[in-house]
Structure formats: C-alpha cells, structure tokens
Design a protein around this ligand. Structure first.
Ligand SMILES: Cc1cc2nc3c(=O)[nH]c(=O)nc-3n(C[C@H](O)[C@H](O)[C@H](O)COP(=O)(O)OP(=O)(O)OC[C@H]3O[C@@H](n4cnc5c(N)ncnc54)[C@H](O)[C@@H]3O)c2cc1C
Length: 392
C-alpha cells in the first residue's frame, strides 16, 4: 500500500526541519525528504561553522519583499527569544558577536543536532538522500520519489532559493509554485561579493586581503561594516549587505573614513606636517597598502604643503565617496541568499499556505522574504517553518 502521511515536507534545511518539528508536535504524521545526503547543510556552513542562528533585533522592517507586511505575522509569532529558548533547552552555549548576532560558542553541528533530536522527539520521519521526481494533487498530494511513491494530505515546500547550487540549492520551489498556479517574483543573488573589470579589477586584485571599516550605501540603504578586497572585486560584510540593494548600473557610495571630517584633518596635517607626503598622511588613516595604491593611481602624491585647497577637496571627495563602477556580482555560486521567490500575494501570511490550493505551503528562503546579513535569514526560516507547522 502507498505510504501515507499527514504532512510531506520537501527540504530538510532550517525551515523544513522547524516545520517538521512543529507539525509532529501537533500529532501529525510527518515525513521530511531531502535530496542531500545530510540535513541542514547550510546551517552547518553558516557563520563560519558557528551558525549565526538568529538576531536579537530581527524585526519585519529589516526584510526585503514585494510586500513588506507579509513577514510581520510570522516574525511576531515566532521571535528570536523563542529560538533562543530552544537553544537554551538543549544547553547549547552561545554568544552575541556584535549587532545582536547570536552564534554558537562551539559548532553549527549543535544546531542541526538539536533540530534532528526535536524532530525525532516529535515523531517526524526524515529520509535522505531522496529525489522527488514529480508531485501531483488529486484530493491529496502524491509524490514520486526514488524511494517510491508517497501520499500526504499537506505538502510543505522548504527547498530554499538558488544560492550555492554546490550545497544542493535548486529552483524546485519555483517550479512547483508555477505548477500550482502561484506567481514567482524575479530572483537574483543577494548578500554576494561585487565584481570589477579592467583597471578597477587590477586595483582590487592588488589589494586582495585588505579590509577597511567603511560606510557603504546603495539605493537608500547604508551599512557601517568592513569592506574586503578580493581577487574579483570587493566583499566583506558592508559589501554583502549593500549587494542586496544593488542592481546593474546602480552606484555604491563608500565612505572610507566614516565619522572623520577628512578635509579638516587634511588641512590640519598640511599646517602641522607640510613636508610629509600625502601617502604618509593617508597611511595614518587607512591601511598602508590601500593608501599607497590610491596615491599610485588616482591621488596627487606630493608633499602636503604643495597641495592646493582644490586638491585637498578632491582627495576628501575620493575618500569620503569612493565610487567606482561595479560590473556585477559573483552570482548564486557565492550568494548567501536569493532575493525574490514565491510571491507572497499567493500565500497566507498566517499559515504560509497557498491561497488557492488548500494543503500546499511554502516556507523559508523559497518565499519572497529576504533578510540582511546577521542571523535574519535563519530567523525567517524558523518563523515561517513554525507557522506552517501549526496548520500543515
Ligand atoms: C554559506 C552560507 C552561510 C550562511 N550563513 C547564515 C548565517 O550565519 N545566518 C543566517 O541567518 N543565514 C545564513 N545563511 C542563509 C541561510 O542559510 C538560509 O537563508 C537558510 O538556510 C534558508 O533556509 P531554508 O530552509 O529555506 O533553505 P535551505 O536551508 O537552503 O534548505 C533547503 C533544503 O532543501 C533541499 N533541496 C533543494 N532542492 C531540493 C529538491 N529538488 N529536492 C529535495 N530537496 C531539495 C536542500 O538540499 C536543502 O537541504 C547562509 C547561507 C549560506 C549559503
């Protein structure tokens, strides 16, 4: 006879595991399938192996979506404190690194272990690796898998976005959404390094490894974090954050000396050290390799006393609004998340259920709700998984 479940969860990542736990705790017979050989691969890779599992300040305003109100209900019903309570129940030591970002003291494996233990205690079955070849709905959902056919009353799609195909990401959720008549908003890589070309690429390459605290802004969003030069362009938290607001042709404004009145400082140095070269003065403010590269390529490296007010003003401008054209991003291969996804207009914000197909749910990164860097995306995965788990 066809194995029959109440709830079939496709994707045993952050959102899928949370949903399996919650639905299992309601007494539902739950089966979670994943084509990967391990559950929660992205959890394991996250936060440099320590999983930045939530953010103390995660609030709906922090998230990007075509409907900024969609995430309000889920995020207020399952809060960072709820996840912290779970972490504390399992005695997993954690700490706040900065800006409300909570990390395990030990390893991200502890979070995956916690979720798997909770799923087991809730009676949920997890089978992997298991490929799903097709899903149909005829009163209930019928899935063809390489472990045989499965039937379930509810289907929860928790297969994430397109970021990092090497870790098992696929467009499965979007294909399934379209199959059932749901819209999918345009997707693009986010929290991703930016790439340069030509002379700008040469400049970045020379500085690969150099990190500078900065204030990076793009399309009205600003982030005070570090910038990191790479062999392909720029990365680091400031750049990853602005990348979510960047689109081809948009300008990224980078203040390399946030909080400093650079012109006043240059004038004071001119008066105090007229014989010192510009590169020496700038090396006191910025990493030496960067100061030298700027002086070699675009700034007048003369004695301070020989620089005109116009030149000092141009130097101030170059450092307070360093603005070079970026070619693109490193794409889904390197993106931490995918912007866009299953259109929230087709889903209930209370249940995550498809408005037109009873029993069908979409959760986590697959949905058009994307957070910034710092534990926000896991918080969305937990919260949306929790909500679907109450109704699936
Ligand atoms: C390197 C990296 C580091 C990150 N660090 C952080 C961090 O520290 N904090 C934070 O908040 N966010 C972080 N993120 C983002 C976070 O990992 C995701 O937003 C989150 O995992 C999304 O959860 P999800 O359950 O929706 O999707 P996922 O965790 O991606 O899970 C989806 C699951 O579905 C499975 N799947 C996909 N397609 C199929 C298919 N066709 N059939 C069967 N199974 C399928 C996948 O194998 C996967 O197990 C990071 C992301 C990356 C890539």
């Amino acid at each position: 006879m066809l194995p029959r479940y109440d709830v079939l969860v496709v994707g045993a990542g952050a959102a899928g595991l949370m949903c399996a736990i919650e639905a299992g705790n309601r007494g539902r017979r739950v089966l979670a399938l994943d084509h990967a050989s391990k559950a929660g691969k992205k959890i394991l890779a996250s936060g440099g192996g320590r999983c930045n599992f939530t953010n103390l300040y995660a609030a709906p305003d922090d998230y990007q979506s075509q409907n900024s109100f969609f995430c309000v209900s889920a995020l207020s019903r399952y809060t960072p404190q709820d996840f912290i309570a779970l972490v504390e129940k399992h005695r997993i030591p954690y700490h706040e690194k900065k800006l409300g970002q909570l990390f395990c003291n030990g390893s991200a494996q502890e979070i995956v272990r916690m979720l798997l233990d909770e799923a087991e205690a809730a009676g949920a079955t997890i089978r992997l690796p298991c490929k799903i070849t097709s899903i149909q709905c005829a009163g209930r959902f019928l899935a063809e898998t390489d472990l045989g056919p499965v039937a379930a009353d509810s289907l929860v799609v928790a297969t994430g976005g397109l970021s990092i195909p090497q870790m098992g990401a696929t467009g499965f959720a979007y294909t399934l959404a379209r199959q059932f008549g749901l819209d999918v908003t345009p997707t693009r890589p986010a929290l991703v390094p930016l790439t340069a070309s030509g002379q700008n690429l040469e400049f970045c390459r020379k500085l690969a490894g150099v990190s500078i605290p900065c204030l990076a802004s793009c399309n009205g969003a600003s982030f005070a974090e570090n910038l990191l030069f790479t062999h392909r362009g720029v990365s680091g938290p400031a750049i990853l954050q602005v990348s979510s607001h960047w689109q081809a042709g948009a300008q990224v404004h980078i203040d390399l000396l946030p909080g400093l009145d650079c012109l006043a400082h240059l004038k004071a140095q001119q008066a105090a050290r007229p014989k010192a070269e510009l590169r020496t003065i700038l090396s006191g403010l910025l990493p030496r390799r960067f100061a030298e590269a700027m002086c070699d390529t675009s700034l007048p490296n003369r004695a301070m006393g020989q620089l005109s007010l116009k030149e000092l003003t141009a130097i101030d401008h170059a450092l307070k609004d360093w603005n070079i054209p970026w070619d693109g991003t490193e794409g889904y291969r390197k993106a931490e998340v995918t912007l866009g996804g299953v259109d929230t207009a087709c889903l209930s914000s209370k249940t995550m259920g498809a408005l037109k197909t009873p029993g069908l749910f979409f959760i986590g990164e697959a949905v058009d709700v994307t957070g910034p860097l710092g534990g926000y995306n896991f918080q969305w995965a937990w919260a949306s998984g929790y909500c679907a788990g109450q109704y699936a």
